[in-house]
Design a protein around this ligand. Structure first.
Ligand SMILES: CCCCC/C=C/C(=O)SCCNC(=O)CCNC(=O)[C@H](O)C(C)(C)COP(=O)(O)OP(=O)(O)OC[C@H]1O[C@@H](n2cnc3c(N)ncnc32)[C@H](O)[C@@H]1OP(=O)(O)O
Ligand SMILES: NC(=O)C1=CN([C@@H]2O[C@H](COP(=O)(O)OP(=O)(O)OC[C@H]3O[C@@H](n4cnc5c(N)ncnc54)[C@H](OP(=O)(O)O)[C@@H]3O)[C@@H](O)[C@H]2O)C=CC1
Length: 281
């Protein structure tokens, strides 16, 4: 077992280099810690140097190998440079976790042109920029694995029209690029988290937090997901255990996306809510 109580073999990613975009906080940081604990050399990127510095310190403190690069994934040239940096420092990239992203809750009719563009540029174009640059610089010749982080937008995404559209597009890109790049030995998958308790949620306006707390219980586990639960799925899809999986999107949402308002009757549970084993002391 690794320091993070992982069920995976401690040397699973020995000699592998992993890039986690948005690895300075939340899900990305948890994933970066997990890959580092399993033997990988991890690169993390984001827009904020201080956030990255704190993450590097945390991973070094756990004995992991990590490098950070300031990079806005919306900037194509910066993303190409990021791939060059990985090449200069580590020689190759094996795994890309496309996690950087964000949005703000707002009714569709109020979203400004710049607000719409910022969210599409970040979550769709930025995600594509990183995949394309990783393929051209690294994966084309030696193969690799990509896991994109999207969201639960299967029934539309009220108050999140911009990100719902962008994430649905990335779901489709995942399938398209799995087809185009399979012959190069590249697997492309995605995870679709439901509502996960991360530091990212705290960036939202306090006025919408009660709504998020309530929505976080609308699933079969009757609670929000944890960072560890998403990281475990990212690790699995990036690992050789998923060698026969490509073009797939794994929903990590406690059943939120299939939640039926009429069941259970009167909201009664037979068993207590599922616990996250990783979070138990
Ligand atoms: C039911 C809830 C389900 C929750 C499931 C999902 C959860 C998560 O994803 S957790 C959190 C992930 N982290 C974040 O979302 C935080 C990071 N967010 C962002 O960085 C921004 O949302 C961003 C994508 C817009 C960042 O772009 P950036 O270019 O840095 O942003 P600017 O500040 O320059 O703004 C550009 C544009 O967007 C408008 N805008 C930004 N925030 C809001 C807001 N809260 N409400 C309305 N409009 C917003 C901003 O005003 C700018 O437009 P103009 O005003 O027209 O210039
Ligand atoms: N928490 C949840 O319930 C859910 C989260 N998600 C998605 O999971 C991912 C991680 O979210 P979470 O950990 O919760 O939130 P965080 O806000 O903690 O993580 C987002 C990370 O992305 C980085 N980032 C944002 N924009 C850019 C950019 N343009 N270029 C480079 N890096 C960027 C941020 O760093 P910086 O600001 O320094 O650039 C930050 O480290 C996001 O894509 C999020 O939308 C999806 C479904 C549910």
């Amino acid at each position: 077992m690794s320091a993070l109580n992982s069920i995976f073999s401690p040397a699973l990613f020995k000699d592998k280099n992993v890039l986690v975009t948005g690895g300075g906080s939340g899900l990305g940081l948890r994933a970066a810690r997990e890959f580092a604990a399993l033997g990988a050399t991890v690169f993390i990127c984001g827009r904020t140097q201080e956030k990255l510095d704190r993450a590097v310190k945390a991973i070094h403190g756990e004995g992991g190998r990590v490098e950070s690069v300031v990079c806005d994934i919306r900037d194509r040239d910066a993303v190409v440079e990021l791939m060059q940096t990985v090449s200069d420092q580590a020689g190759k990239l094996d795994i890309l976790i496309n996690n950087a992203g964000g949005q703000f809750p707002a009714p569709a009719e109020t979203i400004s042109a710049k607000g719409w563009q910022a969210v599409i540029d970040t979550n769709l174009t930025g995600t594509f920029n990183v995949m394309q640059a990783a393929f051209n610089k690294h994966f084309r010749k030696k193969g690799g694995a990509v896991v994109n982080v999207i969201a639960d937008m299967w029934q539309g995404f009220p108050m999140m029209a911009h990100t719902g559209a962008a994430r649905a597009a990335v779901d489709n890109l995942t399938k398209t690029l799995a087809n185009e790049w399979g012959r190069h030995g590249v697997r492309v998958n995605a995870v679709a988290p439901g509502i996960i308790r991360t530091s990212g949620l705290e960036t939202y306006d306090p006025a919408v937090r009660p709504m998020i707390e309530e929505a976080g219980k609308q699933n079969q586990a009757a609670r929000m997901g944890t960072e560890a639960e998403v990281a475990a799925a990212l690790v699995f899809l990036a690992s050789p255990a998923a060698a026969y999986i490509t073009g797939a999107t794994l929903r990590i949402d406690g059943g939120q996306s299939i939640f039926h308002p009429l069941y259970p009757p009167n909201g009664e549970r037979v068993w207590p809510a599922f616990d996250d084993e990783n979070e138990k002391p």
